[in-house]
Design a protein around this ligand. Structure first.
Ligand SMILES: [Zn+2]
Ligand SMILES: [Zn+2]
Length: 141
């Protein structure tokens, strides 16, 4: 992880936080749908261990859909395994990062109605996170 600053496109505030490169740290991350909180899953076998295996399809493969929409039903099932956020919201695969100041999307409101806007490469942690380790979820701030 490393220090990171990102300008919110909605309220124009420079938001400080830490960035985790998911590929290097072998981690999955999901933002809360309703607040800037993040769920970090350091256990790569968490989903498969619970019977959820995501199909690894490329464009053109049988069953593949535009913007990886074929993954949506798998995400819904996987999300049932996750704890609730302390704000009362849910961590979701499709949730984009929110601004801790204005609570809008950091990247702005316009996503061109694309249903798939996750960034698989890194996650931006601003107000804290919840992480899974040794089969249990822990709060960290
Ligand atoms: Zn903002
Ligand atoms: Zn939340």
């Amino acid at each position: 992880m490393s220090k990171h600053s990102q300008n919110c496109k909605v309220c124009n505030t420079d938001i400080e936080g830490e960035i985790y490169h998911l590929g290097f740290s072998d981690m999955e991350a999901l933002y809360c749908w309703d607040c800037p909180n993040v769920l970090l899953i350091k256990d790569r076998d968490f989903f498969s261990g619970n019977g959820i295996v995501f199909p690894n399809l490329m464009a053109g493969d049988k069953g593949w859909q535009e913007y990886n929409k074929h993954l949506l039903p798998y995400y819904e099932k996987a999300e049932e395994l996750l704890p609730k956020c302390k704000c009362g919201g849910h961590f979701r695969f499709m949730a984009p990062p929110r601004c801790p100041k204005c609570n809008e999307y950091l990247a702005g409101k316009g996503y061109d109605n694309k249903p798939y806007y996750r960034n698989h490469k890194y996650v931006f942690v601003t107000i804290g996170s919840v992480y899974l380790e040794d089969g249990k979820f822990h709060e960290s701030t």
